[in-house]
Design a protein around this ligand. Structure first.
Ligand SMILES: C[S@@+](CC[C@H](N)C(=O)[O-])C[C@H]1O[C@@H](n2cnc3c(N)ncnc32)[C@H](O)[C@@H]1O
Length: 204
């Protein structure tokens, strides 16, 4: 495990216990992203990279009742929470503990790969991770992303850096650099412009 991944592992060892109680107040757009995907897509296999405590896995299981869903995360503590949350969907939701750095589809590509507030935590290496995801994607597959975008306030960017989040508008750029075609993308403002967040559905 890289030093950066080991740092995140340590961070989430403690934050796993307060994650669901706190993150609803600032991780905006997660449910909406899945609703948008469900309006147009019918994926058979779905991967969420950095699935955390499993909120999105449950939403995905409801939105795509016939899909097989894999949640991957580097943190055992976050996955423990996800296992409890997804217990009712055990027949088609599976969990993997790993750092996402090489393709995992092994000949069974994913039709939808979700990154929800994950890419801004992969520093360095977020652009490489998007390229890995493209390799894991079926030919007509889609990548769905919701994440922080940027903030005009240096103090806030510094504070988010302390929490392992880089907010320099790098997410959309990484999708484009990987050759993905943005389809439904938007940038929204949070808390009177304290920061902006991005949501994007992109195809190969
Ligand atoms: C902010 S949480 C987001 C969790 C969930 N996706 C959500 O929207 O609530 C970021 C998660 O990504 C995981 N993560 C970060 N980098 C990762 C990597 N390279 N491979 C796998 N998981 C990673 C962290 O362990 C953490 O659980």
């Amino acid at each position: 495990m890289s030093a950066e991944a080991a740092n995140l592992h340590g961070y989430y060892r403690w934050h796993a216990h307060i994650y669901d109680a706190t993150r609803w107040a600032f991780l905006f757009g997660r449910s909406a992203l899945i609703r948008t995907a469900a309006e147009t897509l019918q994926p058979r296999r779905i991967l969420e990279v950095g699935c955390g405590t499993g909120k999105n896995l449950v939403d995905l299981a409801h939105a795509f009742p016939n899909a097989e869903i894999v949640g991957l995360d580097l943190s055992a503590e976050m996955l423990e929470k996800a296992a409890k949350k997804t217990a009712a969907f055990r027949s088609r939701v599976s969990l993997l503990q790993d750092v996402y750095s090489t393709p995992i589809s092994a000949g069974r590509p994913f039709d939808l790969i979700v990154f929800s507030y994950c890419l801004t935590m992969i520093n360095p290496g977020h652009a490489e991770v998007v390229r890995v995801a493209v390799e894991d994607l079926s030919l007509d597959g889609h990548i769905a992303v919701v994440d922080f975008s940027d903030s005009p306030h240096p103090w806030f960017r510094r504070w988010m850096g302390v929490n392992h989040v880089r907010m320099e508008g790098q997410v959309l750029a990484a999708l484009q650099a990987a050759g993905l075609k943005p389809q439904q993308c938007s940038i929204s403002s949070a808390y009177a412009g304290l920061w902006r967040w991005v949501t994007c559905l992109a195809s190969r």
